[in-house]
Design a protein around this ligand. Sequence first.
Ligand SMILES: CC(C)(COP(=O)(O)OP(=O)(O)OC[C@H]1O[C@@H](n2cnc3c(N)ncnc32)[C@H](O)[C@@H]1OP(=O)(O)O)[C@@H](O)C(=O)NCCC(=O)NCCS
Length: 157
Amino acid sequence: MVSIGSKKLRIRPAREQDLPDLLSLEIRAFEDGALSRRSFRRFLTGTGAVLLVATQERMFAGYALVLFRPRSPIARLYSLAVTDPAARRGVGVGLISAVEGIARRRRCKVLRIDIPQKHAAGAACCRKAGFQELDDAARRKKGMIQLEKPLYKIVRS
Ligand SMILES: CC(C)(COP(=O)(O)OP(=O)(O)OC[C@H]1O[C@@H](n2cnc3c(N)ncnc32)[C@H](O)[C@@H]1OP(=O)(O)O)[C@@H](O)C(=O)NCCC(=O)NCCS
């Protein structure tokens, strides 16, 4: 549990009852690439995915979805969205921080995200959370950017 201003932010694994909130936020946030009810349900139970939900004072505030591949050191932050009433209160960064903790526990070395360039708020949120953009002109031509965050500091002796 994290306190942001006067409101407590709680982040927990998503459950079946969250599906209506997840779907309505998804449609608002990503009209062109929204995850379906079926996809969300699959991510609720799949071993290669962790779906987290943020709540503030019991109100659904947002979600993050992170994907893992067996033996891969890269965790992929596949999706992140926050409801309008909860926006700009640190929920996005809080969700990323929770995702980082899970990825570290799974011994991943890097957290990566692909974002359409038009989602400027998403990129800004990731930068605030410590991500850096990778230099990838081919991706940029397709209207995408890729950002990543190392999960361990490199200690030089
Ligand atoms: C991106 C998103 C998740 C941010 O959630 P949030 O809880 O409002 O973000 P935070 O409060 O943690 O903000 C962290 C930083 O992100 C940036 N940011 C957030 N919303 C922003 C906006 N609308 N415009 C510009 N920068 C924004 C700011 O740098 C902010 O720090 P600041 O408030 O100190 O200036 C939310 O705006 C959203 O759901 N957007 C639509 C979906 C999306 O683009 N998802 C990301 C790609 S998958």
